[in-house]
Design a protein around this ligand. Sequence first.
Ligand SMILES: Nc1ncnc2c1ncn2[C@@H]1O[C@H](COP(=O)(O)OP(=O)(O)OP(=O)(O)O)[C@@H](O)[C@H]1O
Ligand SMILES: [Mg+2]
Length: 113
Amino acid sequence: MKLITAIIQPDKLEDVKDALFKADVTKMTVSTVRGCGQQAGYEESYRGAVMNINLLPKVKIEIAVTDPFLDITVEAIIKGARTGKIGDGKIFIRSLEETIRIRTGEKGDAAIG
Ligand SMILES: Nc1ncnc2c1ncn2[C@@H]1O[C@H](COP(=O)(O)OP(=O)(O)OP(=O)(O)O)[C@@H](O)[C@H]1O
Ligand SMILES: [Mg+2]
């Protein structure tokens, strides 16, 4: 099992949701967050130096997947979120130790569903 965390531009959420749905990935948690990447929230640094950090609105998508679903999920996120411009976002992948469905007590792949 893997836990995918994707940080994307808020206006790409609908496109990412569509791409995920087409890939048969329908479970996710979405939050609004703020962040900055290597531009520190600015398109360009001033005289080569970034004076401070500007946190911009972003959307965070978290998806727990079984291992066979990892690649298609990542590809769907990229398909929906990529414009080719700076700030398109980033995807983090972690090993997921356990998943438990509270209602039934199912664990592991069966709980991811
Ligand atoms: N190393 C990181 N650690 C934590 N969050 C990050 C990291 N890099 C990016 N993020 C998050 O992802 C968001 C989008 O990052 P962004 O796409 O700007 O990455 P980047 O490395 O600056 O790439 P690009 O040059 O394409 O803009 C950031 O606003 C931040 O919320
Ligand atoms: Mg950036």
